[in-house]
Design a protein around this ligand. Structure first.
Ligand SMILES: NC(=O)c1ccc[n+]([C@@H]2O[C@H](COP(=O)([O-])OP(=O)(O)OC[C@H]3O[C@@H](n4cnc5c(N)ncnc54)[C@H](OP(=O)(O)O)[C@@H]3O)[C@@H](O)[C@H]2O)c1
Length: 331
């Protein structure tokens, strides 16, 4: 039986172990579609999965990797045939079901998305869950009235995965993007991605002496994968009718403000979930990512490529907020 390599995390009575193991098809969880994985990518969630006693891992051993792209080598489902190029992201991939840090994966057919015409397997993983989350944010904001002529869009955590792909996609569609980043050395990078203005998150904090501030209107939209101390400020500086999408909490999960700005400025506040996003939205959105949302010029600027051997360094760096852009794993 074919042997292949995978990055496996395991928690036993002897402690936590993470490293490359040789697996066979018999080691994989059951699924309708078997895929030769060509690329995966590293997301913040993968960093959490690769830490001891991770709250995200449903059972050990686990192969992390919430994203994968590859070719079908076997399918028991009529929707997919040998040789098809596919993307699998989200659901329980890499948390409750062996994921993308493996040269072969076996997954339920309901999780599989055909590769959009405009994307290669490599490009699809440069974007991956982070890019999909940026696109889903854009889609939900447009549904709620956002358009380029409404005013500037703030993107937080701008050098990160969701942030850098959001800066690229929004600016490509003609939005005026303000990028918020702690990394002052990356201003040139952010401008190349299309940011018109760059701010430091320390400037996006409510004045301590004003419990009910009435601050000037700044943003028509805000894409926020960071939350933390900036989010109350963002809510209080939205333009009338503005739209906020919250997708992450690298800056912390707590959120304290009043209900006043939501009512006074008619703000729409949207939670973004890429994990259970229905296929009826997921598939057309991937098609759009392969077409008008594809940030062609930015892809090679944001990508960094690693192998299974060099993956552990990135998994720890991403939890420290030190990763810039997107890291793909070549299998
Ligand atoms: N809801 C969903 O479906 C969904 C999907 C994907 C990701 N997420 C979540 O979104 C967040 C970002 O994911 P990602 O893959 O983009 O991660 P990432 O690549 O690590 O980017 C996160 C960025 O946040 C900023 N940051 C990190 N730590 C911070 C801190 N302590 N205070 C303020 N800013 C900080 C950094 O940007 P700067 O250095 O430029 O400031 C960092 O690059 C995570 O919480 C992740 O779990 C959610």
């Amino acid at each position: 039986m074919e042997r292949f390599q995978a990055f496996v995390v395991d928690q036993t009575e002897q402690g936590f172990r993470a490293g490359i193991r040789e697996l066979t098809l018999a080691d994989l969880p059951k699924g309708d579609v078997t895929i030769r994985v060509r690329y995966s990518s590293v997301n913040y969630k993968d960093g959490i999965v690769a830490t001891p006693n991770s709250r995200l891992v449903q059972s050990y051993p686990m192969v992390p990797g919430i994203d994968l792209a590859g070719e079908v080598i076997h399918s028991d489902d009529a929707r997919f045939r040998e040789g098809d190029e596919v993307i699998v992201t989200s659901y329980r991939l890499g948390t409750g079901h062996f994921g993308g840090f493996s040269q072969v994966a076996c997954v339920p057919a309901d999780w599989v998305v055909p590769m959009p015409k405009g994307l290669t397997m490599r490009e699809s993983m440069i974007l991956g869950t982070a890019g999909f989350t940026a696109a889903l944010s854009l889609h939900r904001m447009e549904e709620n009235g956002l358009a380029p002529d409404k005013g500037p869009v703030l993107v937080t955590g701008a050098t990160g995965g969701v942030g850098s792909t959001a800066v690229s996609m929004f600016s490509q569609l003609g939005y005026q993007v303000t990028a918020s980043s702690r990394k002052s050395e990356e201003h040139a990078f952010l401008r190349e991605l299309g940011a018109a203005e760059i701010v430091h998150p320390e400037t996006l904090v409510l004045p301590a002496d004003q419990p009910f501030p009435d601050l000037p209107e700044r943003w028509a939209g805000a894409v926020d994968p960071v939350a933390g101390k900036s989010l109350p400020y963002i809510v209080n500086t939205m333009r009338y009718g503005g739209v906020i999408t919250v997708s992450g909490f690298t800056g912390g999960p707590d959120f304290a403000t009043t209900v006043f700005p939501f009512m006074r400025r008619a703000i729409t506040f949207i939670g973004i979930d890429s994990v259970e996003c229905p296929m009826a939205i997921r598939r057309p959105l991937w098609e759009r990512i392969g077409a008008e949302l594809k940030p062609t010029a930015a892809l090679e600027q944001i990508v960094h490529e690693v192998s299974l051997e060099t993956l552990p360094d990135v998994l720890s760096a991403i939890l420290q907020g030190k990763v810039k852009g997107r890291t793909i794993v070549k299998l």
